[in-house]
Design a binder for this molecule. Structure first.
Ligand SMILES: CSC[C@H]1O[C@H](OP(=O)(O)O)[C@H](O)[C@@H]1O
Length: 314
């Protein structure tokens, strides 16, 4: 599988994820407007991948810092986006810094996979939500990096993927990339996850993250909090996987994380029906650190108390 985001030397090359799984279309982003649009419509998505796109997007600004700010502000919740844009702006060599961010993410994904494989040695039945795989990063993913590492080592592993309403990142993207990798995947309605956990059918839940607050509270795709509650109730380990670039020491707790509110049309458009009603469509929710077994990062697996553990790797 080609990477979700890459640099051609003069343009950002992405797979347009809004068309998957029906069509794998590669598009090139050549302007700041292209980058902002691709991030906002989730053509490129996932905290690490939009961070890399943001970093590379700075190379398309011609030095216009207002244009760079438009990229940084394209989506508010994933800390990686603004972090990457500001890191490139502050550097001496923008191209070198942007490419370093891309290379670091590839390596971070590999490391997360290795740490997660060691941590979850006995787990073969993994439940996840949204897509935190190759399509969400410049590398092999975060939550799914653990799955890929297990598979690469010849270990038995299968994934149960919540479809992830309303944009179906699980059913469309996670299912697609795992099938492409030959890894067994079962899609389920988001509301079915607690029943699956109640049946004892899951060894561990592993999810991605968009921003981890200094105390370990995690912002991730809407539905993650419900999974954490159900996993806690059923005594199933609940892990969050993400690179250190998603840890945000400047945000004290989950209460301070801005949650992106998306257009109600994403929810109303159910199988082509236009349900005319008020809609509440937050793209993310916050899972309290108390419900998290461990944070699988490229620096290792962090455990409670998460405040000192996070400070120790930043
Ligand atoms: C590897 S982080 C992926 C993270 O991003 C997703 O959100 P979106 O599809 O809206 O970009 C989701 O929260 C995933 O866990």
């Amino acid at each position: 599988m080609r990477p979700a985001v890459a640099w051609t030397g003069e343009a950002i090359e992405i797979i347009d994820q809004t068309l998957l799984p029906t069509e794998e279309r590669v598009i090139r982003l050549r302007t700041v407007d292209d980058v902002v649009d691709a991030i906002q419509r989730l053509a490129v998505r996932g905290a690490p991948a939009i961070g890399v796109a943001g970093a590379l997007g700075v190379l398309l600004t011609g030095g216009d810092r207002a244009a760079a700010e438009r990229i940084a502000a394209a989506r508010p919740t994933a800390v990686n986006l603004r972090w990457a844009v500001e890191r490139v702006l502050a550097s001496e060599d923008w191209t070198a810094e942007a490419l370093a961010i891309l290379a670091e993410d590839v390596e971070a994904c590999r490391a997360i996979g290795a740490h997660g494989r060691a941590e979850l040695a006995g787990a073969s039945r993994i439940l996840t939500v949204c897509n935190a795989g190759r399509l969400a990063t410049a590398g092999i993913g975060t939550a799914l990096a653990v799955v890929y590492a297990k598979a690469e080592a010849g270990e038995r592993v299968e994934v149960f993927a919540c479809e992830t309403r309303p944009l179906l990142q699980g059913a469309r993207l996670t299912a697609w990339e795992l099938a492409d990798a030959g890894i067994p995947v079962t899609v389920l309605p988001d509301g079915a996850a607690p029943a699956l956990l109640a049946r004892g059918a899951i060894d561990a839940v592993i999810v991605g993250c968009d921003r981890v607050a200094a105390n370990g509270d995690v912002a991730n795709k809407i539905g993650t909090y419900a999974l954490a509650i159900a996993a806690h109730h059923h005594g199933v380990p609940f892990y969050v996987a993400g690179p250190r670039s998603t840890l945000d020491a400047a945000t004290p707790t989950g209460a301070e994380i801005e949650i992106e509110q998306r257009d109600g049309g994403e929810v109303r458009a159910i199988a082509g029906l236009d349900v005319t009603t008020a809609v509440w469509n937050p793209a993310f929710d916050v899972t309290p650190a108390a419900l998290i077994t461990g944070l699988i990062t490229d620096a290792g697996v962090l455990r409670a108390p998460f405040g000192p553990a996070i400070a120790g790797v930043l």
